[in-house]
Ligand binder design. Structure first.
Ligand code: NAX
Ligand code: K
Length: 472
């Protein structure tokens, strides 16, 4: 942890977050044990505090996601107003939002709070009419950080109509919860934790009890943020080429390859024939060259093969010969997306090396000492493996605490490198490294609950279960 604190001090804290980054932080706050319903309560209350003195009509427009959930809480605190749910109760997505909606329905018996469910904007012409005249407040709890792409109906028409009315009636105030829905022209946005990149106009940032630590821990938020196609639609993931192995080591590249297969459509292994002869998995495509170690004379063929792949995983079982060193350095000059593991880390000529953004280094403590870098120029991501893994680059840093002592055995590093390679085909270096470390550690933790000893192959076979647990 000492190194983590040292690095963290030098990496500038983010002032503004992308919506997807905030989604990860929300989920990782939950991973740390902060209940989502607590955060929703605080979020709703924070908005209420800003609007409680309003003395006109109040309409609370709520979506079926958690932004809508915040809106339900605002309504409860206000104790009055008309809640318009853009959808049906059965479409409310989370347990937390549903619970808060149920409360409103109970309260609506007493009449101060009204609740309506709509399918289309046409059904609330009377509401729009009421908004055209006199003083009123609209709480926009339609969509939050989960909104993607163009607005769909009924959101699109509701936002268009509200914008139109807003231009006609100067006494209509619109307050957005967390972020504006689409291009809604709100007067104020009350956002949570930190400012979001999509916030526009006047913004107030409110603390809702998300701990700062949630920004620095890897959790299932990272796993769920992955772009990864699973199940029957598989075929849209990437292609990974494992480059490693030598006359002395053949197991390492095979483990990397089998692990990469769990998240990729196609995995190839490029190695010396001694290794390729041992690959008896038909799922792995093989490219064989003569010799004991990979060296410069194999480079032209490799560069031809590489064209068919998205990511290279380089290093496992390569050996540390002088001729392999030239091979590694010449190869890296030509490649942009590479997981650099094991021996490759030791072979890089750091004096003449560019830390490209698409590189992920996966050293353990000893290998880490070889890497010579200036932190502010470090565009590549380093995943330093240990009891607690540290994942960092010049912009971000996190720690991962999944995993147990049995994962320090041979083989696990190869599995991690292969998995990160598979993820890197479609995801950023930092997210691939973070989620990869979490998944392999978690797979090991699941196994440890079942038995006292387990093998690397069992870790690989556990990977799909980890995805299933976290709904990926
Ligand atoms: N996750 C958490 O821990 C917390 C979340 N909070 C609130 O939850 C919000 C995020 O919640 P969600 O992730 O549920 O996201 P949203 O509330 O933004 O809802 C996302 C849903 O809306 C739909 N949608 C997405 N894009 C759309 C589009 N273009 N047109 C129409 N519908 C669209 C999709 O069905 C998607 O599932 C935050 O902005 C914040 O307000 C707060 O309650 C604080 C705690
Ligand atoms: K909103």
């Amino acid at each position: 942890m000492e190194l983590f604190f040292k690095l963290k001090e030098k990496i500038k804290e983010k002032e503004v977050l992308e919506p997807w980054e905030m989604n990860i932080i929300d989920e990782n706050a939950e991973y740390l044990g902060v209940k989502r319903i607590q955060l929703m309560e605080n979020a709703g209350r924070a908005v209420y505090e800003e609007v409680k003195d309003f003395d006109g009509k109040i309409f609370i427009f709520c979506g079926t996601g958690n932004n809508g959930g915040d809106g339900f809480v605002v309504a409860r605190f206000l104790g009055r107003g008309e809640v318009i749910l853009l959808g049906k109760e059965s479409e409310i997505k989370s347990y937390e939002a549903r619970e808060n909606y149920k409360i409103l329905k109970n309260l609506s018996l007493f009449g101060s709070i009204k609740v309506r469910e709509i399918k289309s904007a046409k059904e609330i012409e009377d509401v729009f009419q009421a908004l055209r005249e006199g003083k009123s407040l609209v709480i926009d709890a339609m969509l939050g950080t989960g909104q993607r792409g163009e607005l769909k109906e009924p959101y699109k028409s509701v936002v268009e109509e509200l914008n139109k009315i807003k231009r006609e009636n100067k006494e209509l105030y619109i307050v957005s919860v967390d972020v504006q829905t689409g291009n809604l022209e709100s007067d104020l946005t009350v956002t949570f934790h930190k400012r979001k990149s999509i916030n526009k106009g006047k913004v107030i940032v409110k603390d809702i009890g998300i701990p700062k630590e949630a920004e620095y821990i890897v959790g299932y938020g990272d796993v769920r943020a992955l772009k990864l196609v699973r199940g029957e639609h598989k075929g849209k993931n990437g292609k990974v080429l494992i480059v490693g192995g030598s006359k002395d080591y053949y197991g390492a590249p095979i483990l990397s390859g089998l692990s990469a297969l769990k998240v990729s459509d196609l995995v190839g292994i490029f190695s010396v024939d001694h290794v390729i002869r041992k690959v008896n998995y038909p799922e792995l495509i093989t490219y064989s060259v003569e010799g004991n170690y990979l060296c410069l004379e194999h480079l032209d063929y490799l560069l031809e093969v590489v064209k068919k792949y998205d990511v290279v995983v380089l290093g496992n079982g390569l050996g540390v010969n002088e001729e392999t060193k030239e091979f590694v350095n010449s190869l890296l000059e030509k490649l942009n997306k590479v997981v650099i593991d094991a021996d490759a880390i030791k072979l890089i000529d750091y004096e003449n090396f560019k830390f490209k953004e698409g590189y992920v280094f996966t050293p353990h403590k000893k290998e880490f000492e070889y890497i010579k870098f200036e932190l502010d120029e470090l565009e590549s991501t380093i995943l330093l493996k240990g009891k607690i893994d540290i994942i960092f680059n010049n912009e971000s840093i996190k720690i991962n605490k999944t995993g147990n002592v049995f994962l320090t055995k041979g083989g696990t590093g190869d599995i991690l490198a292969g998995l990160v390679g598979g993820l890197l085909t479609k995801n950023s270096s930092f997210l691939s490294a973070s989620a990869g470390a979490f998944i392999v550690g978690y797979a090991g933790d699941l196994l440890l609950k079942e038995k006292s000893i387990y093998t690397p192959m069992e870790v690989i076979e556990k990977i799909p279960e980890v995805f299933k647990i976290f709904g990926v």
